[in-house]
Design a protein around this ligand. Structure first.
Ligand SMILES: Cc1ncc(COP(=O)(O)O)c(C=O)c1O
Length: 350
């Protein structure tokens, strides 16, 4: 591109999962929650009225941040920043703490947006391969960088590294450690206590998955106030709309509603895992709302993906090293997963 920046020549851009217009598709490809958000969210947005459109929103979403501090047992509102989805906060953490030419550390495989954001910023991402069980190898702890991005649970494996490994990482790493907890509500434990214990720890959460609010674009980062202050300098003035803030506030207040939906997803996840394993798929124990189903036989994983797609069932296939023989499947409702299992049984039997 004649007018483009030099740096962009090497950037392909992030490729999100397909968002079909046809609402009849069984959509198990982008790790959305199959259940509706809390009715209180809808009420709160309705109650906002026309004035909220005319005025600028609260620049720092204080009411929502205050509620998060309460909910997550943080010392104060100044330990939280809210964002237009976690993706914005991931971009923000790189722009805030990494100079172009400095290095960012991440495991491989992981959320592929990390690499795109680094390239866009002009910094190098060092990818260290996870071991065969999707755990951190020794080399991960020995690689210095300015920032470390660690998804826990990781995507697309769904596997969480033990908390003690994250402790060891925070203790030894010379820069900021981001613990990306996008999927953590579906897991057995979390690291929300880490920012209080480690000065370099930043925990990020999204409301796209467990709270069923992917369309609203809501995320938070939790860290010590010195770190949050730096974020505040770099973020857009009004990075969260009035509607997002109202939705986020209502959602976090109705926490029990989210937990009930999460329990339903976890129960379905167990049933789906058992059914797929019985068919011969090899699946690591998932702490998230998706399964990485590895398949060595014929048809190939890519062919299965395409056949499912033709039948109106969307799952995710990554043409990436080490993932060629795998499908990432979002846990939907029991009915959706039943339809998937039924279709797969026919496809792999052929
Ligand atoms: C590991 C991980 N982190 C962050 C995100 C982004 O979340 P959000 O929808 O809040 O931008 C995703 C979304 O798929 C994800 O998989």
């Amino acid at each position: 591109m004649k007018y483009g920046r030099k740096i962009l020549e090497a950037v392909t851009g992030y490729v999100p999962g397909e968002q079909p217009v046809d609402l009849n598709v069984i959509k198990l490809n982008t790790n959305e929650n199959p259940y509706s958000p809390s009715p209180r969210v809808v009420e709160a947005m309705r109650a906002l009225g026309i004035e909220a459109l005319r005025r600028y929103p609260d620049p720092s979403a204080s009411a929502f941040r205050q509620e998060c501090a309460k909910r997550y047992g943080l010392p104060g509102t100044d330990w939280v920043i809210a964002g237009n989805g976690m993706d914005e906060l991931l971009s923000l953490v790189i722009r805030t703490f990494v100079d172009p030419d400095e290095k960012v550390l991440a495991p491989y495989p992981t959320y592929s947006l990390y690499d795109v954001l680094c390239k866009l910023h002009g910094c190098e991402m060092i990818s260290v391969d996870l071991d065969g069980h999707f755990q951190l190898p020794e080399r991960f702890y020995e690689t210095p960088a300015k920032l470390c991005l660690l998804a826990r649970p990781n995507a697309p494996s769904g596997v969480s590294v033990p908390r003690v490994d994250v402790e060891r990482l925070c203790q030894g790493f010379p820069g900021i450690v981001v613990i990306d907890e996008a999927y953590v509500d579906f897991g057995d434990d979390h690291c929300m206590d880490f920012p209080a214990r480690f000065e370099n720890a930043v925990v990020m959460r999204t409301f796209s998955k467990s709270f069923s609010l992917a369309g609203m674009r809501i995320g938070i980062a939790v860290a010590r106030p010195e770190i949050i202050n730096e974020f505040m300098k770099v973020k857009d003035s009004y990075n969260m709309s009035a509607f997002s803030e109202a939705a986020a506030l209502a959602a976090v207040k109705d926490y029990g509603y989210m937990r009930d939906n999460v329990e339903r997803v976890r129960a379905t996840r167990g049933r789906l895992h058992t059914a797929l394993a019985a068919m011969g798929f090899d699946i690591p124990e998932s702490q998230s709302n998706f399964l990485l189903a590895r398949w060595d036989g014929t048809p190939t994983a890519r062919e299965i993906f395409e056949t499912l797609r033709d039948r109106g069932i969307y799952v995710r296939y990554f043409a990436l090293r080490g993932l060629e023989n795998a499908l990432r499947i979002t846990v939907g409702t029991d009915e959706q997963c039943g339809a998937l299992v039924h279709a797969l049984a026919e496809i792999v039997r052929k």
